[in-house]
Design a protein around this ligand. Structure first.
Ligand SMILES: Cc1cc2nc3c(=O)[nH]c(=O)nc-3n(C[C@H](O)[C@H](O)[C@H](O)COP(=O)(O)OP(=O)(O)OC[C@H]3O[C@@H](n4cnc5c(N)ncnc54)[C@H](O)[C@@H]3O)c2cc1C
Length: 487
């Protein structure tokens, strides 16, 4: 595995290497397509594009191992160039991996079979804001925070604010079906998408119509949502936007346990009230994040943000307060919500602790209300039962009238003699097994990548076989992000 002369190892090495002759002709043709200034096969670039935020990849880097190297990197500037790149890659049977900003947490963009890394950051413009239709059309490489700032300046919001808003792209969010922290009111990125343009694996460009709804057969464009670069490259998208909220109300309540907190939220949603932010922290996570909130000691803290039209927010606030009181929620005021706003982008645990052999990660799943508390309990105890786990806690952070997304966090250290990555994988195994047994979905918004690929067959059942057939027919040479999602 190691190449000591360079001082680092490479974990995934493609079995088939490009011959020197082929490499030369392919690189020359790529330079002709994107221009030599938008092409690199420098080692430093290849190393930079070798990994995302998957914690295993972080560990490998600490061990002086590069997860995988692409053969080259290109920075296309338009859809035609992308189509030409994919045609060339097909002709020469070379893998292509789309790249947003590498904030994926499951190894989705690691170029495990080498090939052409397509970084979309030069396609980063807002193409149109349509005030009458309340839509924005933008390119995939646009940074999400940049998009939100530009919208805010014009008096709008997209309402999509994942914790990775500063470090992820629009295209990457669509390709993983991401969810923002304000999702209960505004929806997830899948709900926001109206139409898109994409280049399919053999270079064909598809473009859907920008209409609010149509009944014209199955929607091929929607297949790109969650496809994680395996079915093509998203090159443009039109999404819903909202007028910038006129009013914001911040509420928080403490509940005796997760069950009563969840029940209260379910009742709020049943009244047709959709607070933008709803987050319910279990006792351990409340103690970890809100230790300064005395009234929430040994309890589960609920954070609510209601925003939008002033009159509606006033009514929604009143109804939410009534329901919380009825469910014996203890009022904790605005303080914890302000604290949440101030700290919501702090995610230093994983990288802070990794060099000290302590491993942290997060696992998000979804489940219907009727199975929610059983799933929460069984996943927590499954993780706690793994040798070496020090802590496992959770909050619920995305809600529907039908159910909920739980976001679990575990931390631990391998017991003597065990490999850190073995320990990490055994916690994931325990969590995924208990999620499937409890009737949940193995991912609510992070996607599949490399880490969850093993469970996708069980999750999807026969549909997984159909997905494989679709992949084969669209991408017969398996050039698009090969080795991912178990495809
Ligand atoms: C600190 C932190 C916080 C996070 N918080 C959230 C959160 O709140 N909610 C959430 O949902 N996720 C969250 N994530 C996960 C991550 O941000 C998302 O998965 C995000 O959608 C990935 O975007 P990206 O642009 O970085 O994509 P990348 O990581 O570059 O790529 C992700 C996948 O999409 C493919 N891809 C990228 N661009 C395109 C394209 N244009 N066309 C086709 N395929 C493409 C890649 O090949 C890869 O398979 C978080 C991650 C971190 C590190």
């Amino acid at each position: 595995m190691n190449t000591p002369e360079k001082g680092y190892g490479v974990v995934y090495r493609p079995k088939k290497k490009l011959s020197e002759k082929k490499r030369k002709t392919v690189f020359k043709r790529l330079c002709d397509i994107v221009g030599p200034e938008n092409f690199s096969d420098k080692e430093i670039d290849k190393i930079i594009y070798s990994r995302d935020f998957w914690p295993i990849a972080l560990r490998w880097m600490l061990e002086r191992k590069v997860p995988a190297l692409p053969d080259c990197v290109v920075w296309p500037e338009n859809t035609k160039q992308i189509s030409d790149i994919l045609k060339l890659a097909n002709e020469e049977s070379i893998p292509v991996v789309p790249f947003g900003e590498a904030s994926g947490v499951l190894g989705g963009m690691i170029p495990v079979k080498g090939g052409i890394l397509v970084d979309l950051k030069r396609m980063n413009k807002i193409l149109k804001i349509n005030d009458k239709d309340l839509t924005v059309t933008a390119q995939p490489g646009l940074n999400l925070m940049e998009l939100e700032r530009l919208l805010n300046k014009e008096g709008y919001t997209m309402g999509h604010s994942p914790q990775s808003i500063y470090c992820s792209s629009l295209g990457g969010n669509l390709a993983t079906r991401a969810a923002g922290q304000f999702s209960t009111k505004y929806g997830k990125i899948d709900d926001m998408l109206i139409s898109l343009e994409a280049v399919l694996p053999q270079g064909e460009v598809i473009r859907s119509k920008t209409v609010p709804k149509s009944s014209t057969g199955p929607r091929i464009d929607k297949m790109m949502l969650g496809s994680e670069g395996t079915l093509g490259i998203i090159t443009e998208a039109t999404l819903k936007i909202w007028p910038y909220p006129e009013k914001k109300e911040l509420l928080s309540y403490a509940f005796e346990g997760m069950e009563s907190g969840l029940e209260c939220i379910r009742k709020i949603l049943r009244r047709g009230i959709f607070p933008a932010v709803i987050r319910l922290y279990d006792e351990k996570e409340t103690a970890f994040r809100f230790y300064q909130t005395g009234k929430a000691k040994d309890k589960c803290l609920l954070v609510l943000v209601l925003q939008g039209d002033k009159e509606l927010v006033e009514l929604e606030t009143k109804v939410s307060q009534d329901v919380c009181r009825k469910h014996e929620g203890i009022e904790c005021g605005e303080g914890p919500v302000i604290h949440w706003f101030e700290t919501r982008f702090n995610v230093k645990e994983a990288s802070d602790f990794a060099p000290r052999e302590i491993i942290f990660d997060t696992i998000e799943v979804s489940v219907t209300w009727d199975k929610s508390i059983e799933l929460y309990n069984s996943m927590i105890s499954a993780m706690e039962n793994v040798n070496g786990v020090i802590v496992a806690f959770a909050h619920a952070s995305h809600f529907y009238p039908q159910g909920v997304c739980f976001y679990f966090i575990f931390g631990g250290t391998p017991v003597k003699g065990a490999e850190p990555n073995e320990f990490y994988t055994s916690v994931w195994d325990a969590a995924m097994r208990s999620c499937l047994d409890a009737g949940g979905s193995i991912s609510h918004h992070h996607g599949i990548g490399l880490m969850r690929a093993r469970w996708l067959g069980e999750e999807l059942g026969q549909s997984f076989e159909i997905l494989k057939k679709i992949k084969k027919s669209l991408d017969p040479k398996n050039i698009m992000n090969p080795g991912k999602m178990g495809l």
